[in-house]
Design a binder for this molecule. Structure first.
Ligand SMILES: NC(=O)c1ccc[n+]([C@@H]2O[C@H](COP(=O)([O-])OP(=O)(O)OC[C@H]3O[C@@H](n4cnc5c(N)ncnc54)[C@H](O)[C@@H]3O)[C@@H](O)[C@H]2O)c1
Length: 381
């Protein structure tokens, strides 16, 4: 197979590239080497560089895309701006890269004869399209709460409530029938990407997969990008024995999925033998609280950090998240194989071999949110 990966030099992209090469596929990567992720003068690791066709370009560059799609049968579209908090003020940039970039890609696939060979398009979508996701209300059954109000959060009401009767709720596994309810600009751009890709695949009669990745982590993830990745932030602080500050009350949770599981699901979509157009969750099916993550990271590095629950919160963050994996299992046979403790160990063993990152970069990212009133403070927990 001939596969084009946009954003293939990134965290998930490099893993996927290795997996495709191992399976005997030919891989072309289009990537701009965004300095926020790669630092200045980013490049592919030497072993990969010699085995792939690399186009160093922006995903909005039509001419570069034209060269990139020629003769390709599968496109995996990963190139994106990925910071939830940052998306709330760098709105134009997020829409330009994520929405315009996808539009240019689809336009090239539709109109350029060199792209006629494309039979499948796979998009890295995100759980961010769900917002708070699915909950159970005693009176109203399955509900999809609205975004938590800043007023409530400041008053210490951190759990989402029933949108109909305001009663307390129990979190459910969110499946793909949940409505689009993004609570960040990033999530909204992912929704548009997803709808565009699936509409296009239907129109062309080709395969289209919107893989809704949950919180992906693993050895090799960017430690430089202060806008994403709590594991990167926590491990950097724990290694230096510095205080780990936790938002809200620390009980907010995420579905952390190890990168090799994400690649496994993506490979199954690439190799899918039948016809399919639709969205599938890719996660671990488990929710882990942020305070648990901080404790485990701190413990690994000798427990020298203090963990401080600050009650600060970010506008656009969701409270909990746990994906239903039934559809991905049915369609792709996907079963995650890496538990959080073993994935975390692999990540930390790698992270401790990496240079320490300057803590100020993370603090600057928080200051940027504060300066735009995108941070709040719980006054009573
Ligand atoms: N990592 C996660 O937790 C997660 C969760 C859900 C969805 N996703 C999605 O998966 C995809 C890959 O994520 P990742 O974690 O590997 O991120 P990453 O930041 O490591 O990789 C993204 C790659 O895209 C490139 N890129 C950014 N802007 C570009 C542009 N304008 N033109 C060309 N290339 C550009 C970057 O240089 C980078 O190599 C993204 O679409 C992201 O939204 C990731």
């Amino acid at each position: 197979m001939n596969v084009l990966i946009t954003g293939g030099a990134g965290f998930i992209g490099q893993y996927l590239t290795r997996s495709l090469l191992k399976a005997g596929c030919s891989v072309r990567i289009l990537d701009s080497f965004h300095p926020q992720i790669h630092g200045e003068n980013g490049d592919l690791p030497v072993d990969l560089k010699s085995q792939v066709g690399l186009i160093r370009a922006d995903v909005r560059d039509r001419d570069a895309l034209l060269r990139a799609v020629a003769g390709v049968d599968t496109v995996v579209h990963l190139a994106a701006e990925t910071g939830t908090g940052q998306s709330m003020y760098e709105i134009e940039r997020y829409f330009s890269v994520n929405v315009q970039g996808t539009a240019t890609l689809l336009d090239v696939l539709q109109n350029e004869p060199s792209a006629n060979s494309v039979r499948s398009i796979i998009l890295a979508s995100s759980r961010a399209i769900y917002g708070e996701g699915a909950y159970h209300c005693e009176q109203h059954g399955v509900v999809y709460p609205d975004s938590r109000s800043q007023e409530n959060m400041a008053a210490g009401i951190l759990e989402p409530h029933c949108p109909i009767c305001s009663a307390s709720l129990q979190m459910l596994d969110t499946d793909e029938t949940a409505p689009f309810k993004p609570m960040s600009m990033y999530g909204l751009t992912k929704q548009v990407q997803e709808q565009g890709v699936l509409l296009f695949a239907n129109m062309k009669g080709i395969n289209g997969f919107a893989l809704r990745y949950q919180n992906v982590y693993g050895a090799g993830q960017s430690l430089k990008n202060p806008y994403t990745g709590i594991l990167a932030v926590f491990s950097n602080l724990a290694r230096q024995g510095q205080t780990i500050e936790i938002y809200e009350d620390g009980l907010e949770s995420r579905d952390f999925v190890y990168v090799s599981d994400v690649v496994e699901a993506t490979m199954s979509a690439i190799k899918y033998p039948g016809s399919f157009v639709g969205a599938l969750n890719v996660g671990s099916g488990e929710a882990v609280s942020v305070v648990q993550v901080a404790e485990q990271v701190n413990q690994y590095f000798g427990g020298h950090s203090t963990i401080r629950v600050t009650g600060a919160f970010r506008v656009g963050d969701i409270r909990h998240n746990r994906a239903s994996l039934q559809a991905a299992n049915k369609v792709l046979g996907f079963v995650p194989s890496v538990s959080f403790p073993s994935g975390l160990k692999m990540f930390l063993e790698w992270a401790e071999t990496q240079p320490l990152e300057d803590k100020r970069a993370y603090q600057n990212s928080v200051d940027e949110l504060s300066a735009r009133s995108l941070m709040g403070q719980v006054t009573k927990i």
